[in-house]
Design a protein around this ligand. Structure first.
Ligand SMILES: *[C@@H]1O[C@H](CO)[C@@H](O)[C@H](O)[C@H]1NC(C)=O
Length: 315
């Protein structure tokens, strides 16, 4: 009897690790998945034991957002998707990797990420008789958009580029790089927060011509280890040669404006000048004639003559 009990205990003890190792469970990911709006992401989840993966083709696989109503994000069973009860926000954007299910890969693919996708997702095998039939994955939508680069202006020092990124979840840092990956000296960056507490970052850099004129704006959120980059190719013609400075449109506007003004001035001014000269000469000639002939026709000349006499008598 004692022997018998002993045997149960010993075998049980030996068997426990085997049983534990062979217990199926759903495994998510403790690190959040970080995405930018418009990204396609994979939320990883696996059906497995400690030592091997388990075929999930015949299982029911459920993805949920417990904080939403309805909470259904994706539903699969009997080898097919059933998304009638799916939350409208996820309509047409979710899928499983059907070829991977046999390897226990029940990861969810989510396309066209939106800010509202930010949250905790549960992957769930309801048919699994285990405490570990559920696991969670966090999706962190770290940024509303990739950095946008624009050409801000041209000056004798080079081309000025501007970079902006918005909707950032954590305090961002902006750096500019050339195509060799070297950091370029840039101006001060401004960071502001909107009412949702998300950051917008903005910065400028003045660049000189390089072999390929490719420049990168990098925005990092160190807290979540998130990095976004956008590259711009600046056309050769934009660089100075001081000529490119003068090729800017406003210089041309001044020049053309000036020339046109000058031409108009000459066109209208010369005849007018001639006309005025003619009138003055005519007046002088008339006046001379009047002085010599003492013409009394005009009352003006009468006044003049009277004044002249007054001056003469006064002296
Ligand atoms: C599942 O399969 C997809 C597609 O092949 C792959 O990208 C992903 O890394 C896999 N995930 C896991 C957890 O195995």
């Amino acid at each position: 009897m004692k022997d018998y009990l002993m045997r149960i205990v010993v075998y049980g003890f030996l068997a426990f690790p085997v049983w534990a190792e062979d217990t199926a469970k759903v495994v998510g990911q403790s690190e959040p998945v970080v995405a930018t709006v418009d990204d396609d992401v994979i939320l990883p989840c696996t059906l497995r034991t400690i030592v091997r993966t388990i075929n999930a083709v015949e299982e029911a696989v459920v993805w949920q957002r417990p904080d939403l109503k309805p909470k259904e994000v994706h539903f699969y069973r009997s080898r097919d998707d059933y998304n009638d009860d799916q939350n409208n926000n996820y309509r047409g954007r979710t899928s499983l990797f059907k070829e991977e299910l046999k390897n226990g890969n029940i990861s969810l693919k989510l396309t066209g990420v939106k800010l509202s996708d930010d949250g905790i997702y549960i992957c769930f095998i309801p048919t699994l008789k285990s405490l570990n039939q559920k696991a969670s994955v966090q999706l962190s939508v770290g940024a509303a958009s990739k950095p946008q680069i624009t050409v801000f202006g041209v000056d004798p020092m080079g081309v000025i580029l501007k970079c902006e990124a918005g909707g950032l979840m954590y305090g961002p840092e902006m750096t500019w790089l050339n195509s060799d990956g070297n950091i370029l000296p840039d101006g001060p960056t401004e960071t502001e927060t909107d009412s949702d507490g998300r950051y917008t970052v903005r910065g400028h850099v003045t660049i000189q011509k390089t072999d390929n004129n490719k420049f990168t704006c990098r925005v990092q959120q160190h807290q979540i280890n998130h990095k976004m980059e956008t590259e711009i190719h600046v056309p050769d013609q934009m660089f100075s040669e001081p000529w490119s400075y003068w090729s800017q449109s406003y210089w041309w506007a001044w020049l053309i404006g000036g020339l046109t003004g000058g031409a108009c001035g000459i066109y209208w001014g010369l005849p007018l000048y001639g006309y005025i000269r003619y009138k003055i000469n005519e007046w002088i000639r008339k006046k001379r004639n009047r002085d010599t002939t003492d013409d009394e026709d005009s009352p003006m000349s009468g006044v003049e003559d009277g004044n002249k006499e007054a001056v003469q008598t006064g002296s």
